[in-house]
Structures are given as C-alpha cells and as structure tokens.
Design a protein around this ligand. Structure first.
Ligand code: P6P
Length: 337
C-alpha cells in the first residue's frame, strides 16, 4: 500500500491500522509516542551549547563508555514519554544495565521497546549527525512479571523498527514490515511529514563504509574485500570505489538506505572475545530489518542477523549490511575462509 507524500505520521499510521489492521491501535500509539520523544530529543540536540547539554556526564554506561549529557537526556525522554501510556510492558536501553519494567502505577501493555537513545554520541560535541534507534517486540504470552528473558527474541520477531537521524533535517525512518518510509520534521508545524514513501537499496554499489584505522586488526575476509575495493579498476572488481565513515551508524545507514553502499563493523583482534562493537538487540536488529525491508541484506559475516538468537540483552555482533550483492560477496568470503 503506497501512501501519498506530505501526509502526517498520524494519518500514515491510522491508514495502516485501518487497512487490514496492519498495526493494532496499541502499536500505533507506541509509534506516535516514540516519534514525539524523538521530536523532543531533536529539540535538545539542536540547542547544543545554547542548552548546556554538550559534553560528558562524568558517568559510564553498561558498556563501560563515558556517557554524554545528551545520552542521559535522550534516555530519560524516551522513558518518561513511554512509561505511562499503557502500551508497554517494559523497555531496554543501551544506557541502562537492566530492563525497565513499566511502574505498577501505570497500566501494563503487550509490547517491549528497546532503544539506543542517542547513537553516535562521540559526534555530539562536534556537530555531526547522530540519532535514536528503536526496536519493538511483543511480550511473550503468559508469565506474570516481565523479565529480561522476554526480550531475548531474534530480530525476525520485531513488529516495528526505526531510527530518527538528527542531521541537517530531523528524519524519522520506520518499518512495520510494509517496506520503509521516512518522515521529515516540519519544525513550523511541529509534526513529522511523509517525505519518502518507499526505499529501494541498489543491489550493487561503489561505496563502502568501515573504520579503516582498524585494518591491521581485521580478519582475512574483510581485508580481502576492502583490498579489492582499493585496487579499483586495476583489481578484480574492475571498478573504483568511494569510502565514507561518519562514525554514526544512523547517518551511515541512512546514506546507504538512500543511495546504496555497504556498512561494515566486523569482529577484530582488538577485543577478540567480543563478537563486534555494535549491539544486536537495539542497533543491528532494527537496522537490519529496515535494510532488508528496502531490498538490502544484513549478516554478521556468516549468518543473517535477523535469524540470530540472542542470549544477552547487551550482546554485541559483527555487522555487514547494505547493497545485497556486496553483502553476499563479503559473506561468501567469510564462509569460504
Ligand atoms: P568507531 C557510535 O559510537 C557507534 O556505536 C556507531 O554509531 C558507529 O557506527 C560506531 O560506533 C563507530 O565506531 O570505532 O569508528 O568510533
């Protein structure tokens, strides 16, 4: 079902709900609330130094990373926006060790919301695009109290996924399994407007995204792929490649969603006991569903990311996503190694 551009997010979601009940009213409410929270986060991000929100919060998150003030602000905005609505059983965040069950003073819902409240936060203080990533699962039937185990579902179980990129425009990208759509924040009206009603990622590309400073730590399949790209027309690929690395997954993924490309954050030897840097539940899974819904592919080098069965809430994963034929090539190199 294709929706006309320039309709509001609210109308888009109501039309989805109305047509074959593609999204139940509780999920529609959840997505409206998350969008409103992203609007608030965008406002805080856009204030920057004027809002006194830049710099470190002098604290560490569960990943052992120094938290920025805006990391904590964004996390609080999402918690406060969602906890009272009655659509959620619990939330999980990159910024919180454990899950956040909805307080008993509020009605309990059937959805689980996971998020990286402000991804790419190393870019906050230098005015480079950052974003919020979110994933929605259904709470498993039965079981009185919601538990961390309820969250441990494969990415294929997601019922909604999206991100909001705080860049030159504030753009909300969303999938509920009916393709991928994008809404641009109209600051004058204070509402998200549908500006892209379908994305199709080109199956081939000449642009790759990886942090090249880690080259000496990569496994052979990644070294082989990047080396072939760097050889350009003189090498086996017979074409030249461009490289981009914004170090903000939301911005890199949005570029790939918009014009193709391949994004890699592979396992490397710096921390061999970690599968990768990025988190499966609230970074790789939502981004992988969005990429697949737009005709791309996403693996951990060997397996489809959406098929991976998580064992820990904050587990990490190696990520190769984007233009289908490039992802398949890189995955074939890993499988052949
Ligand atoms: P590096 C941001 O911190 C992040 O989690 C992703 O958004 C981004 O793709 C990656 O890490 C950047 O990592 O090692 O290049 O700084």
């Amino acid at each position: 079902m294709s929706h006309p551009k320039n309709i509001s997010l609210t109308r888009y979601l109501i039309e989805l709900q109305r047509s074959d009940n593609l999204i139940p009213s509780e999920l529609r409410l959840l997505l409206e609330v998350v969008a409103r929270a992203c609007k608030s986060i965008s406002h805080a991000v856009n204030k920057g130094a004027l809002g006194g929100v830049l710099g470190s919060a002098e604290s560490e998150n569960v990943q052992g990373e120094i938290q920025k003030k805006l990391d904590i602000i964004a996390n609080e905005v999402l918690i406060e926006a969602n906890e009272w609505g009655g659509h959620l059983a619990a939330m999980a965040s990159e910024e919180m060790d454990d899950i956040y069950p909805v307080p008993n003073r509020y009605p309990q819902g059937e959805y689980l919301l996971l998020f990286d409240p402000l991804d790419g936060s190393s870019n906050i203080d230098v005015n480079v695009s950052i974003g919020t990533i979110f994933s929605v699962l259904k709470k498993p039937e039965g079981g009185a109290l919601v538990s961390k185990e309820d969250f441990l579902q494969s990415g294929a179980q997601q019922v909604a996924a999206g991100y909001c990129v705080y860049g030159p425009q504030t753009t909300l990208v969303l999938t509920v399994g009916q393709g991928v759509v994008a809404f641009t924040l109209d600051r004058e009206q204070g509402s998200f407007v549908l500006t892209q009603n379908q994305f199709k990622i080109p199956e081939d590309t000449q642009e790759f995204a990886i942090n090249m400073s880690n080259m000496r730590h990569w496994d052979e399949p990644v070294k082989r792929y990047v080396d072939e790209c760097l050889q350009g027309t003189e090498g086996p690929r017979g074409k030249n490649f461009n490289m981009r690395w914004i170090a903000s997954m939301v911005a890199d993924v949005h570029r790939i969603l918009t014009r193709g490309g391949v994004f890699m954050y592979p396992w490397d030897r710096r921390e061999p006991n970690k599968a990768g840097k990025l988190r499966l539940m609230y970074e790789a899974n939502p981004m992988s569903w969005i990429i697949e819904q737009a005709g791309g592919a996403s693996t951990n080098g060997r397996e489809r990311i959406l098929d991976l069965q998580p064992t820990q809430l904050h587990e990490r994963v190696s990520v190769v996503l984007g233009s289908k034929n490039e992802v398949e090539r890189i995955t074939a190199y890993h499988r052949g190694a």
